[in-house]
Design a binder for this molecule. Structure first.
Ligand code: 5AD
Ligand code: SF4
Length: 444
């Protein structure tokens, strides 16, 4: 009798936290079916790339990687190369047929079929499944925690997006919005807590529109948060991402009322100009956005607010750009992710508008925005000097084995000399110094 060798898989993940969470679902599905997770590409029989399509640059990186894997395959002919995630949904056959790089393609709603698809690919037949679903949430699958320090974990609470911001590929790559059964989210949170995790981040493209309807029961996002916060005070809860149009007073109250719901809100503004916001189909004005910031700051003192900004969207004028700069100052963001607009095929903007801001103008505007944000982040961190924060220890600092690093509720990283505690425990840390990225302190 010949013994069948366990096939090893390696997953490389690109893009957002949601994709990292999906890779953990994929790992769970495959290990249940007898495959084994490998931590290095070279020893794997199957290489899976979980990809992102949000900007052209993200797709280019994956293409380059695929060429490397193809050279690996020359040395190891039995190697299966698969493309998962958003790029699988969008580029489909091009990479499989024209470039002959792939054996398998699976979109974000097809991961349950991966064992069968891998079987098919192994028999020499190319395997493809990119059908999007209206109800797949992988609710019953307990993710295998990859690259985890055992303290902090992600939980997807919804999938897809129906906002159709005109620049964005996500509704096409991930399909319609659907929320996951709250009981399954609570079960997963309790399970993580019992295994020693002390922080969970609830993920969705727009968590504020989370909604679960079953009979007479209606659970919205604030209710879900309250239920998770009630599991144990030592379990911190975070969430991402919030769409400003759906950030409700009820959510602000819920955050204010629960010490273990973190005081950090990621609220992508994208632009400070009403004309640009309208073309982006964001469904709020700068005045409405700033109104929400004021509501957060007055009800939740000390709450950190971060954002996403796109520069150089179609038709963006110098005056529009200045409006973004002014809004950033007024909102006084603690942190910002900043991007140059990248036209994505299929989107409303690609069809309706011209990508007419020259590359060098996009770059200059981006530089201005980054440098302003550095000042704002540095000022935000310097305001914390002298303050004491409850800090969840995540592990040993990468720079020195004498220090721990951890995070406060505001999601800022603190570095401090080790105490007798362990990662996963809380410690009060007084901030002594600050850079634009880190707070440096001492346990008190
Ligand atoms: N070009 C540049 N940035 C984009 N984002 C989304 N689509 C694009 C695009 N086509 C940015 C937005 C979003 C973040 C995840 O990525 O700021 O909030
Ligand atoms: Fe990239 Fe968006 Fe897909 Fe996340 S959902 S992987 S950011 S395209």
């Amino acid at each position: 009798m010949t013994e069948q060798k366990t096939r090893k898989f390696f997953i490389e993940t690109y893009g957002c936290q949601m994709n990292f969470s999906d890779s953990e679902i994929v790992a769970s599905i495959l290990t249940k079916q007898g495959f084994e997770a490998s931590t290095e590409v070279e020893t794997a029989d199957i290489v899976l790339l979980n990809t992102c399509s949000i900007r052209e640059h993200a797709e280019e990186r994956v293409r380059k990687r695929l060429h490397y894997f193809r050279s690996l395959k020359k040395k190891k002919p039995g190697l299966t190369i698969g493309l998962l995630g958003c790029m699988a949904e969008r580029t489909k056959t091009a990479l499989m047929e024209e470039e002959q790089l792939l054996d398998l393609i699976a979109g974000p709603d097809s991961y349950r079929h991966l064992p069968g698809l891998l079987e098919q690919a192994r028999s020499g037949k190319k395997a493809i499944d990119i059908i999007l679903s209206a109800d797949e949430t992988y609710a019953d699958i307990s993710p295998v925690r990859l690259d985890s320090g055992g303290v902090s974990a992600f939980i997807s609470i919804m999938r897809g997006c129906e906002n159709f911001c005109s620049y964005c590929v996500v509704p096409y790559a991930r399909g319609v919005e659907r929320s996951r059964d709250p009981e399954s989210v609570i079960r997963e949170s309790k399970d993580l807590f019992s295994k020693g995790f002390r922080e969970i981040t609830l993920l969705g493209q727009n968590v504020n529109s989370y909604e679960w309807l079953a009979g007479l029961e209606r659970v919205n996002f604030p209710l879900l948060l309250q239920r998770i916060a009630a599991i144990d005070l030592r379990l911190r809860v975070r969430f991402a991402t919030s769409h400003p149009k759906d950030l409700s007073p009820e959510l602000i109250e819920t955050i204010a009322d629960h010490p273990n719901i973190c005081k950090a809100i990621h609220l992508p503004v994208q632009s400070g100009s009403n004309a640009v916001l309208d073309k982006m189909n964001r469904k709020y004005t700068r005045e409405e956005y700033l109104g929400k910031i004021r509501a957060i700051r007055s009800r939740i003192p000390g709450c950190a607010i971060s954002t996403d900004i796109i520069t150089g969207f179609c038709g963006e004028t110098e005056a529009d750009h200045q409006q973004t700069i002014e809004l950033m100052k007024e909102a006084s963001f603690d942190y910002a992710f900043t991007f140059k607009y990248s036209e994505r095929p299929q989107t409303l903007a690609a069809e309706r508008y011209t990508d007419d801001v020259p590359a060098e103008v996009k770059e200059r505007r981006l530089r201005e925005i980054i440098s302003l944000q550095q000042e704002l982040s540095s000022a935000s961190n310097h305001r914390d000097i002298g303050e004491t924060f409850e800090t969840l220890i995540e592990g040993e600092s990468k720079r020195s084995d004498k220090n721990f690093y951890g995070r406060n509720s505001q999601n800022k990283v603190l570095v401090f000399p080790k105490t007798s505690q362990e990662p996963g425990e809380y410690v009060m840390v007084k901030v002594k110094r600050a850079t634009s990225a880190t707070l440096i302190g001492e346990a008190v």
